[in-house]
Write a protein that binds this ligand. Structure first.
Ligand SMILES: Cc1ncc(COP(=O)(O)O)c(C=O)c1O
Length: 387
């Protein structure tokens, strides 16, 4: 059997990894500034993480949600404390798309309404309603198309208010990334998030904060949405939550009441995933990784701006994007093949940095040096020549 060929891949096979370093099967060492798409939060193969999962596996690997799973309760309690959401409730699933699917479904159950407001360039996953709320027609299959989603321009308060004025009594949820990731690293204005909160309150709609990529400490705060100083009704999380072990979840405000069978999943909240997620939070706390993300993010952004060649350097903490000038279109490829540095991209040519929150200063400086070397290797171009 062949693999179903849906991923444009680099011809690199990773054999082992540690912290922000990975080695391929030929022994070549790479610096990981991509974190396997914002997934590696505490660093590859952290010893505490390996020990936690191994210990759980040696006792028992799985039982269904028909029995109490103490690791789920432990996770809810620790996540509540670290995220500052002690009074919220936790529903566990397996991925970011599933988290958003459940968040929107819950909002619809709660309000009895079916309209979802989403934003241009937003990405929320590839399953039914999550993909319908994603602004990319190329990945929406005919069966996923729905009249239930209204797309508005990002950070446009007037368009949002007009929309609520028109159809406020039909809106179940507003879903928004605190920093758009796949869309190219665009930070939601704090004032815009406060306006969403206000309008949802006024019209009885649910504010869903998609924190799948920008959450879990990556921005320097637990949720990047926290910079706005208001709470969402539901936060969706995944990616960094398990440092590579598949787990997702939604944090649900206390005013939303559960009922049996309202949501459910076979694998969600399994003990191995909980052990991984517990290890992540324990390491985040003991190694002050949120503070490290804020500090390393500042260092990287200052360093990239200091080169003077990269445009629109933006982001928060370790979620950074910038636009190389047009004549440097091969920059990412050269960083990988010549400097052995993994980075991410967003269409058309944004370079995205999503490294581990434990990135060391030495690795951040190594990246800046690699970027400088590759940028300087391009012939001087009028676009980047300083006056
Ligand atoms: C903001 C956001 N939401 C949801 C998802 C979907 O997550 P998953 O791929 O785990 O389903 C992603 C994935 O990139 C994402 O960036």
């Amino acid at each position: 059997m062949r693999l179903f060929d849906v991923y444009p891949i680099n011809d690199i096979a990773i054999e082992r990894a540690l912290g922000s370093t990975v080695w391929d099967d030929k022994g070549t060492e790479y610096l990981d500034m991509y974190g396997g798409h914002a997934v590696i939060s505490i660093g590859h193969t952290h010893p505490h993480y390996v020990r936690r999962i191994t210990e759980q596996l040696s006792r028992y690997g799985f039982y269904s949600n028909s029995v109490r799973i103490p690791a789920q309760e432990e996770l809810a309690s620790l996540l509540g404390r670290v995220s500052g959401r002690d009074d919220y409730q936790l529903f566990l699933c397996n991925s970011g798309a599933e988290a958003n699917e459940n968040a929107l479904k819950l909002a619809s159950f709660l309000t009895g309404r079916s309209r979802v407001v989403a934003f241009r360039r937003g990405f929320h996953g590839r399953t039914s309603l999550a993909v319908a709320a994603t602004d990319n027609p190329a990945i929406v299959a005919p069966v996923n198309r729905t009249e239930n989603v209204t797309f508005l321009p990002f950070n446009d308060a007037q368009a949002l208010e007009d929309c609520f004025r028109r159809e406020g009594d039909r809106i179940a949820a507003v879903i928004i990334e605190g920093i758009q990731g796949v869309g190219g690293i665009h930070v939601a204005d704090d004032e815009f998030l406060r306006r969403i909160r206000e309008l949802c309150d006024r019209h009885g709609a649910v504010y869903v904060a998609d924190a799948v990529q920008c959450g879990y400490g990556r921005s320097g705060r637990f949720f990047s949405h926290d910079y706005a100083g208001v709470d969402a009704d539901i936060y969706s999380v995944a990616k960094g939550m398990g440092n590579g072990f598949p787990i997702g979840g939604i944090l649900i405000a206390p005013h939303i009441q559960p009922r049996h069978s309202m949501l459910g999943t076979t694998f969600g909240g399994n003990p191995l995933a909980c052990a991984a997620a517990l290890a992540v939070l324990e390491v985040m706390e003991s190694e002050n990784l949120m503070q490290n993300a804020a500090r390393m993010g500042g260092l990287l952004m200052d360093g990239i701006r200091g080169l003077g060649t990269m445009q629109n350097v933006r982001g928060r903490g370790l979620m950074i994007g910038f636009d190389p000038p047009a004549h440097m279109k091969d920059l990412r490829k050269n960083l990988l093949t010549k400097q052995h540095v993994f980075t991410g991209e967003a269409k058309p040519s944004v370079v995205r940095l999503l490294p581990s929150l434990a990135l060391s200063e030495a690795d951040a400086l190594r990246f800046l040096q690699a970027l400088r070397t590759e940028a300087e290797a391009f012939p001087t171009h009028p676009e980047t020549t300083k006056p």
